[in-house]
Write a protein that binds this ligand. Structure first.
Ligand SMILES: [Zn+2]
Ligand SMILES: [Zn+2]
Length: 404
């Protein structure tokens, strides 16, 4: 049993290495042609065309608007498991200087979703090429709108986990802080709950020379910013991992007029429920007292974002077994820490109610100059090295999930 398992992993890895040129071609085509969240029309059409070229035609399009699913059938077994990739790009002007850089100014695959699509197409090709080793079916899920639109939820609501029913699902995400070509796994919570915070401080305008005749919204905003960080640092359990970041602040009209309003727009990231609840209580209740003590009024608008991604232990076991059988135990890093980024793959576990887990594919390589973080205009990686490893680990994870 162990020997045949090892054998399957070696077959999968060999098939992935043979696919290298195609994997790189897919990734670079998608990289050149990025599309924003929920507008992945060309990308979805490209995926369908490439699946057809691989002989994979059990395809459903328009799932959750622009999503695509594809069923790869094994020679035996009735179980179906899922593998997922996200397809959307970010509103960033690319500065990598790469030959395959984005051809759409202001849009860039800076979160590696181009790599995810290429690896999933690759996993489909590998699995379709060895139905004898596939003890069930694999549904490939190409989802739109991960970057804020909740495309995973739209696909689940549109039935992507039905017909046939998917019993467990896995995905990969590139990681710019893990070494290039390594697979890294996380136990338990992997990605944060995200919530959007919009605060407006209402003051009263007056002449800049007579602030006592008004209420200065800008100086109250300064107090609010400090109070929030102080609350996190001094009034919540430091072991509950959480943060609040404000990305924009707007207020005032000119130098010599007291501002009557300031708007702070930010995000809150929490890994544990008690930390989130404490922060919500503070933002919605106690913060008002600080603002009113200064004579101002506070409007709080919090929009609930993605739930935390809590990796299923059983699926992580299967991912780790797959990594050992394909990329090798020496390239598997277990016990990676959770990140405070969000990931809508979490919905497969919560709303989809099936075991779900994601793993990381490292891309960091100082010697080759691949050091930029995700979501920056310089993010890139050695696709020739990484893509076959990602595709192989994904394909083998499906085999492990099917009990192969
Ligand atoms: Zn992202
Ligand atoms: Zn991403």
């Amino acid at each position: 049993m162990a020997a045949s398992k090892k054998n399957t992993g070696a077959r999968v890895m060999a098939a992935a290495l043979q696919l290298t040129d195609q994997l790189v071609g897919w990734r670079r085509h998608i990289h050149r042609n990025p599309e924003p969240s929920m507008q992945e029309h060309q990308t979805a059409a490209y995926v369908v065309d490439e699946l057809a070229a691989l002989g994979l035609t059990e395809v459903r399009t328009g799932v959750g608007e622009t999503g695509v699913t594809c069923l790869v059938r094994g020679a035996k077994g009735r179980k179906t498991v899922g593998l997922r990739a996200d397809m959307d790009a970010l509103e960033i002007l690319e500065q990598t200087g790469a030959a395959y850089a984005s051809e759409i100014p202001g849009l860039m695959h800076a979160c590696g979703h181009d790599a995810h699509v290429a690896c999933l197409l690759g996993a489909g090709a590998i699995l379709a090429g060895m139905p004898d080793a596939l003890p069930g079916n694999v549904k490939l899920v190409f989802q739109p709108g991960e970057e804020g639109s909740g495309g995973a939820l739209k696909m689940i609501q549109d039935g992507c986990l039905q017909n046939p029913k998917v019993s467990a699902i896995a995905c990969l995400h590139v990681a710019a802080d893990a070494p290039s070509g390594y697979v890294a796994t996380v136990r338990g919570v992997k990605n944060a709950q995200t919530d959007e915070i919009n605060l407006t401080i209402h003051g009263v305008s007056s002449h800049a020379a007579r602030p006592d005749n008004g209420v200065d919204a800008i100086s109250i905003a300064a107090q609010v910013l400090i109070a929030i960080q102080q609350f996190i640092g001094r009034h919540t359990n430091a072991l509950d991992r959480k943060l609040v970041t404000f990305g924009t602040i707007q207020g005032g009209t000119r130098r010599n007029v007291l501002s009557d309003s300031v708007t702070l727009v930010g995000t809150m990231r929490t890994l544990e429920t008690p930390g989130r609840e404490a922060l919500l209580r503070f933002l919605q209740k106690d913060l008002r007292k600080i603002v009113s003590a200064m004579g101002g009024k506070l409007t709080v608008d919090i929009v609930e974002g993605y739930p935390p991604l809590v990796n299923d232990d059983g699926v992580v076991d299967q991912i780790e077994a797959a990594a050992k059988a394909t990329v090798g135990a020496e390239k598997l890093l277990t016990g990676r820490k959770a990140g405070l980024g969000g990931e809508d793959f979490a919905y497969f576990g919560t709303v989809g109610a099936i075991p779900a887990a994601g793993f990381c594919l490292g891309t960091y390589d100082e010697q080759k100059g691949f050091t930029a973080s995700l979501h920056t205009n310089r993010f890139d990686f050695d696709d020739t090295l990484c893509l076959p490893l990602g595709a192989a680990c994904l394909a083998q994870t499906a085999i492990e999930m099917l009990g192969g």
